[in-house]
Design a protein around this ligand. Structure first.
Ligand SMILES: O=C(CO)[C@H](O)[C@H](O)COP(=O)(O)O
Length: 228
């Protein structure tokens, strides 16, 4: 059986090798994205690749600083050539669930800024229908937790505030200072509709449904890479 980390690494390296000098690049978060960031750092050091990057989380920012990857502040960036990120579920239409690492709010902003949004993953992330394995992560303004919970519940989900980050008691707090919750809808029959319903809830700052955003998926399987 193929090693999961090898598969993630293969996808990450292939995506990083697509980056060209002069590009502005959005860098995702998670274990697969970290392999892509590591390869970018290697190319900067060995080939003199010249890029400007925008990070989607503190964890990616710290990795970029360690590797000497030049970062722009997200607040100064208007547009990106490309963004590369991992995902938790990918359906046949390239719709995604993201946010296991609680970075989905910034990840979606960065994805929306890019001409090309590339998803890298191992083949365990492929699903027929979103919601098969994962709940939909939410980022919620702390003051709006009760009203958002009420509204999401009315849409049919069981909602749980995410607790217990290693090394800290209490709720998981996002890099932007908000609460993270996971909304269990079960399999999602109409992801576009749910996306637009969630987008209407005041105080729900972000959610992990990424509908119609990905241009390409690079999926590492035990038999090689699939791109579609
Ligand atoms: O959305 C994310 C973080 O918020 C990640 O991209 C997603 O969870 C995939 O992570 P991994 O590559 O570690 O499986």
């Amino acid at each position: 059986m193929a090693d999961l980390n090898e598969l993630k690494k293969n996808a990450g390296i292939l995506a990083a090798n697509k980056i060209e000098s002069g590009m502005t690049v959005g860098l995702g978060t998670g274990s697969t994205a970290a392999y892509m960031v590591a390869r970018l750092g290697e190319r900067i050091q060995t080939e003199g690749l010249k890029i400007q990057a925008v990070s989607t989380s503190w964890s990616t920012t710290i990795q970029c600083r360690q590797l000497g990857i030049p970062l722009m502040d997200l607040g100064d960036a208007e547009h990106l050539d490309i963004a590369i990120d991992g995902a938790d579920e990918i359906d046949p239409q390239k719709n995604l669930i993201k946010g296991r690492g609680a970075a989905h709010l910034l990840e979606k902003i960065v994805a929306s800024m890019a001409d090309h949004y590339i998803i890298i993953a191992d083949d365990g992330k492929k699903v027929k229908q979103l919601g098969e394995k994962f709940a939909v992560p939410l980022e919620i303004l702390p003051n709006a937790i009760a009203s958002v919970t009420y509204k999401v519940h009315k849409l049919g989900a069981d909602l749980q505030i995410r607790m217990g980050a290693p090394g800290k008691d209490g709720p998981v707090i996002s890099d932007s200072g908000n609460l993270i919750a996971d909304a269990k809808f079960g399999t999602i029959n109409d992801p576009e509709k749910l996306d637009s319903e969630l987008n209407k809830i005041p105080g729900l700052l972000g959610h992990g449904l990424f509908i119609g955003m990905a241009n390409k998926v690079i999926l590492a399987t035990p038999n090689g890479i699939e791109e579609w």
